[in-house]
Design a protein around this ligand. Sequence first.
Ligand SMILES: *Cc1c(COP(=O)(O)O)cnc(C)c1O
Length: 411
Amino acid sequence: MERFTGSFTQQEPIPDEGIAAALEVMRHGRLHRYNTAAGEAGETALLEQEFAAFTGARFCLAVASGGYALGCALRACGLQGGEPVLTNAFTLAPVPGAIAAAGGQPVFVEITADLVLDFADLEAKARETGARLLLLSHMRGHVCDMEALMALCARLGLTVIEDCAHTMGAEWNGLPSGRHGAVACYSTQTYKHMNSGEGGLIVTDDDALAAKMVLLSGSYMLYGKHPAAPAPEVFVDLRLDTPNVSGRMDNLRAAVLRPQIPLLTDRRARWAALYQMMEAGLQGIPGLRLIPRPEGEAYMGSSFQFLLPDWEPARIVGFLSAAIARGVELKWFGAADPVAFTSRYPHWRYAGVQSCPETDRILAGLVDMRLPLTFTPDDAAQIARILREEALRAGQAEIAADAPALAPQVQ
Ligand SMILES: *Cc1c(COP(=O)(O)O)cnc(C)c1O
């Protein structure tokens, strides 16, 4: 039996240009973003300019993490204590965490079997709670119909903040992900699409939101050192009313990130090759549902999901352990107790008891896998072969258990 020996958590090295730039920052010692020599912009300011250009946004702010970016956007949108914030019932823990940390009340919205927001439930919960804000999570890179969503949000009076932790570099109908909502937040943590260990980026076209976020991030009165921020006069009225919630990025991380921006498009193509190899290898397995990818979505295939709808938990556990024994590290969003990043909304008890039965049903069969760029298409093909064998084996075991007489060939 073949066994996969690659590591699901090993990322690619930092590009040589980033290593050289980081060494340069350490040699001159000006790591703090506002510690610049005469005539020097600083790596962080340059990163902001370059990422704004990459997304086509007017403004960009670099911050300490993706989670910080979400909280900063929520605060800039005027989130009040106890105010409801709508968000996907299927997302990662830092999303409801950012809402709670900023004083909001997460309200979970159902997802569909395609892992995107359910618009009917969004409308119902928006009306029920009177929420003003939607923190839209493009969880695992699955993007909903953005034109339809934005039309619905306009009708409901919802301001949209996009969580693009899994869609940095992706596009929807030709528009970079993060360009539909009022604000978009990205993470540059190691497991995302650009790697600086920790870090976050925020983009917006809105003058007042951009200025508030610069002030919130801890700019003191040095907002003049932000070439990707609005003109100084926008800050005048805001600067004494906006708290400093310190969360800046530093020049060392920015130096590591800048050379990765031009690599995102190539990374998207390389991820697509891995992703499509997985898709092809898992096609047509009875009882295993692949997630359809809409035509207009240019996705970043940095992770892969499939559904085992209505499988008994014991059978899923059997399948997962067989895959893990053969070196394929799968994660399951249906386990009673969260493992690593697989916590789901009922585990976030601080948000109060909420019920999303459709999401419960979907997550009960949701399997997730990372696809680092250190894998080759041959690796992806081997992983798919192993999963196909084990899924078919688990299926046969089920048939045998249900009706032994009909499957005499199965021992
Ligand atoms: C990683 C992640 C975040 C938070 O990013 P950090 O940089 O780790 O704080 C937010 N949302 C999603 C969906 C993520 O995966």
